[in-house]
Design a protein around this ligand. Structure first.
Ligand SMILES: Cc1ncc(COP(=O)(O)O)c(C=O)c1O
Length: 405
């Protein structure tokens, strides 16, 4: 008898679809059925793209920027991204160190594709963005997790990193401000990592700085690359337009790093998607050059929401959460509710996934389980929603949790 062969490769069969996008689809389906849902699951600003940026896109179309773009991106945009990283972080990037891709997600994927051979190991600091482990494993890499805890404000130590490093370790992924915790690494935390890097000269860092402009409490931006020039040559910096410019749908991100790595990433992209959308690139160029005021306006509103939402969260019995220093997420610990009963369905809440299901169906609020972020005792609540929505959503969560016994 002939052996049955799956149409789908084993690599893809192992891939988990994005947990956050899955919740977004669920919310859309419920809304389409007329069910009212408060969506605190989304990882995107509720603002629409500023008008001036949209106008730049219209002008670009009129001027004929409707054709293929260079694979690495338009040179003025590469220059603008390099200039942003120079002025914001003080990093000595030139346009030749930069490539433009279709979103930061693709930039991370290009970087991992270039760096990893099957069996190479990648260190993630948990809680981490859901996409990292999936991309690493998809490429045949092995994920090693350094676990950090809410009680210790998610700090990692040199010993924890050293424990996970061996001759196969190729990359450490750093994300600050973090999705999902909102933690911002200060200079001391980055120095810990830098000191470990000095002892392991082949180790690379992917520094995902997509939320770098959403920093609160007057924090000053810091970057691994500022700490030591030796380490700078082993960093791939990831950035993008989605979060700070409210441009999630335009799909423009970038990577900056050593020329050898960037040019390999450009080769990968040349065979996968070609250059990113030309119109969106021109809009991004305008945004990087002229969008500072708009970024500040949105950031200030996110900070107000963070303060407002945090005060409400603290009033919910059984919930514990650090005050996020950046990005737009709360990542409260909610394991106190595990083992309690969802009376109407006579089910026990045994995990954060169960709790999310309970909140969606009993409170009509969408939040995301901490499981795929490597934080199974937590849920992720986005505050990229206006204050009225946030108040209603957190109020409903409080009420629903009070009913669990
Ligand atoms: C940490 C992190 N990196 C990268 C991305 C990807 O952003 P983009 O929309 O540019 O692909 C996201 C989006 O959620 C994110 O949270």
């Amino acid at each position: 008898m002939e052996e049955e062969v799956s149409l789908i490769s084993s690599r893809v069969q192992r891939l988990q679809p994005s947990a956050t996008l899955e919740v977004a689809d669920q919310v859309m389906a419920l809304k389409a059925k007329g069910v009212e849902v408060i969506d605190l699951g989304v990882g995107e600003p509720d603002f629409i793209t500023p008008r001036s940026i949209c106008q730049a896109a219209e002008e670009a179309m009129e001027k004929g920027f409707t054709k293929y773009s260079p694979v690495a991106g338009f040179m003025p945009l590469r220059e603008a991204a390099a200039e942003f990283l120079r002025s914001y972080f003080g990093l000595p990037y030139e346009p030749s160190h930069v490539m433009i891709s279709s979103g930061a997600k693709q930039a991370v994927f290009n970087a991992l594709t270039v760096c990893l051979n099957p069996g190479d190991e990648v260190i993630l600091i948990s809680p981490y963005w859901v996409t990292y482990p999936q991309q690493v494993e998809f490429l045949g890499g092995i994920v090693r997790v350094v676990r950090t805890r809410e009680e210790e404000e998610y700090r990692f130590t040199a010993e924890q990193l050293e424990e996970k490093i061996n001759s196969r370790t190729k990359v450490i992924i750093l994300n600050s401000p973090s999705n999902p915790t909102g933690v911002v690494y200060d200079r001391t935390a980055l120095e810990v990592l830098a000191s470990v890097m000095m002892d392991h000269p082949r180790l690379l860092v992917i520094s995902d700085d997509i939320y770098c402009q959403l920093l609160y409490d007057n924090r000053k931006p810091v970057h691994m690359g500022e700490i030591s020039p030796e380490i700078f040559s082993r960093i791939i910096t990831i950035g993008g337009m989605s979060k700070s410019y409210a441009m999630t749908g335009w799909r423009i991100g970038y990577a900056a790093g050593p020329r050898e790595i960037i040019s390999a990433m450009i080769s990968v992209q040349s065979q996968v998607t070609s250059g990113a959308n030309s119109i969106a690139q021109m809009a991004s160029l305008f945004a990087l050059k002229n969008g500072e005021k708009e970024v500040r306006r949105m950031k200030e509103e996110f900070e107000v929401r963070r303060n407002f939402g945090y005060a409400l969260l603290k009033e919910i019995p059984g919930i514990r959460c650090i005050k996020p220093g950046g990005a737009f997420y709360f990542f409260p610990k909610c394991s106190e509710f595990f083992g309690m009963e969802w009376r109407r369905s006579r089910k026990k809440i045994l995990s954060s996934l169960d709790l999310c299901e309970y909140l969606l169906h009993e409170a009509g609020v969408a939040v995301i389980s901490g499981d795929p972020f490597g934080g199974p005792d937590h849920i992720r609540i986005s505050y990229a929603a206006d204050r009225k929505v946030l108040k209603e959503g957190l109020g409903r969560i409080k009420e629903a949790l009070a009913q669990l016994k």
